[in-house]
Design a protein around this ligand. Structure first.
Ligand code: NDP
Ligand code: 2IT
Length: 451
């Protein structure tokens, strides 16, 4: 066998599948990147010889631990927690924590792998990581969530730190959970440091962080439309999810003159043909963050809207679509339906919401398609700015941060165009994001030698 020589893409992917049995999400994420990177590396011997992609696709470490907690009835409950530290070539490990029953090692490995490229695209010094647990916060009391978060951090604290690994929120982890985890970290270590981002404003959080992911995904969408001399004014937008990313994406679409007609959760979607005003979006934020209710309740509040149990919103005719819920929520047939109905642009607020077939459908139709690692990078970018503010013990003003977010999203768009522009004039944003993200991490790794 010839080692350190050019293996071809199928052989590379066979190896990935063999080393990660049953980890379908992780294999899917590597496949989506490897296609572009193999093409890019064709005439770049060093990346091959130094096995750079092989190394990025092997997490630096996967930490798994038991999380025990007591529910309100005194029952002992046992969950599994993980932190996947994928790569710290360009900065401390950085990435969110997800609490959801669907969390597995495969899901967290895919997210940590994607995060490595995403964080590189922001231009800030952050490596890639992701963590979480199969804990389901739905239906749990605040006290139960607190006890779980404290137990989770009691194990995690030894693996993280402001210059080591800085977690943040993701699905099921918002301001409440970050508060409980930060409190426990501080209590155990007796240190007040920027070990988490997405913190409350009272204790070191950054303005604009809550809004950043959704707003950023819409700025990216607007940037794509601008390349066609178009904008969001009067555009009908279909959005999935109704959490942090979805509600802020909806807010920004409305601010820029578009009309958002759907939102969803894991049980179904609502269709509001009149469009969502700021008042309606605020009501949803309150529903999700304070009352912790379901999106179906929207139709009791706002007449003219309908609820579609067990369905996703992709069949609703639209000009632009923003999948903002979870991975693999937009499949090949959904993509075909969107195109048939006239959709011209898709910006992924979620991570890998479109499956491989769906991505191909969008690319074949040559519509504007922004992958999550580029479009949703605004969240982690403002997390990076929160880290800077914490290190300097300062806090920047909202308009400064807002401008930085706009500039960073412009920069990511520019990088995607630089590496994604094809000869026929079509911009393949997936290819552009993969190559631009890879190049930065790969070149840092080359500098370090074989480590
Ligand atoms: P939230 O927990 O705030 O909201 C998640 C939303 O997605 C909820 O509406 C939830 O519905 C829905 N959802 C979750 N799981 C599923 C599922 N299996 N099927 C259908 N719907 C589901 O999370 P965020 O808004 O923070 O995250 C959404 C996406 O954005 C994720 O992919 C995340 O990785 C990504 N992301 C988040 C960032 C952030 O800063 N928060 C940054 C970059 C990306 P329900 O209430 O029924 O569970
Ligand atoms: O997927 C993501 O980029 C996030 N969940 C945000 C990560 C972060 O560190 O802010």
């Amino acid at each position: 066998m010839v080692l350190n020589d050019h293996v071809d893409l199928p052989t590379f992917m066979q190896g990935v599948s063999k080393r990660n049995p049953g980890q379908t999400e992780f294999i899917q994420a590597v496949q989506e990147v490897a296609v572009d990177i193999f093409d890019f590396m064709e005439d770049k011997e060093r990346y091959h010889k130094e096995q750079i992609l092989r190394r990025i696709a092997e997490p630096d470490r996967v930490i798994s631990f038991r999380v025990c907690w007591e529910d309100d009835n005194g029952n002992v409950r046992v969950q599994r927690g993980w932190r996947v530290q994928n790569n710290n070539a360009i900065g401390p490990y950085k990435g969110g924590i997800r609490f959801h029953p669907s969390v597995t090692e495969s899901v967290l490995k895919f997210l940590a792998f994607e995060q490595t490229f995403k964080n590189a695209l922001t231009g800030l010094p952050m490596g890639g990581a992701k963590g979480g647990s199969n804990f389901n916060p739905k239906g749990k009391s605040d006290h139960e969530v607190m006890r779980f978060c404290q137990s989770f951090m009691t194990e995690l604290y030894r693996h993280v730190g402001a210059d080591v690994d800085v977690p943040a929120g993701d699905i099921g982890v918002g301001a409440r959970e970050i508060g409980y985890m930060f409190g426990q970290y501080k209590r155990i270590t007796n240190q007040f440091t920027g070990v988490l981002t997405g913190k409350g404003l009272e204790y070191g959080g950054s303005l604009i962080r809550t809004e950043a992911t959704g707003y950023g995904a819409v700025y990216f969408l607007a940037n794509m439309l601008k390349t066609k001399n178009d904008d969001l004014v009067g555009k009908v937008a279909v959005i999935s999810g109704s959490g942090n990313v979805a509600t802020h994406a909806a807010e920004k679409v409305a601010m820029l003159g578009g009309k958002v007609v759907t939102m969803s959760d894991s049980a179904g979607f609502i269709h509001d043909p009149d469009g969502m005003t700021q008042e309606k979006i605020d009501w949803i934020k309150q529903l999700k963050n304070v009352r912790r209710g379901r999106i179906s309740e929207y139709v009791n509040e706002f007449k003219g809207a309908t609820y579609h149990e067990g369905m996703r919103p992709w069949g609703v005719p639209c000009d632009v679509a923003l999948p903002c819920a979870t991975q693999n929520e937009l499949l090949g047939d959904d993509a075909r339906e969107l195109i048939k109905n006239g959709c011209i642009a898709v910006s992924e607020g979620a991570n890998m919401p479109t499956n491989l077939e769906g991505v191909h459908v969008f690319k074949d139709a040559k519509i504007l398609f922004a992958p999550g690692k580029a479009a949703n990078a605004g969240g982690v970018a403002v997390s990076g700015l929160e880290m800077s503010q914490n290190s300097g013990r300062i806090s920047w003003k909202a308009d400064q941060l807002q401008q930085l977010l706009v500039d960073i999203m412009d920069g990511i768009h520019g990088s995607c165009v630089e590496y994604g522009q094809t000869k026929g004039g079509y911009c393949d944003y997936v290819r552009g994001a993969n190559i631009a993200g890879f190049k930065k991490v790969a070149d840092a790794m080359l500098a370090f030698g074989v480590v």
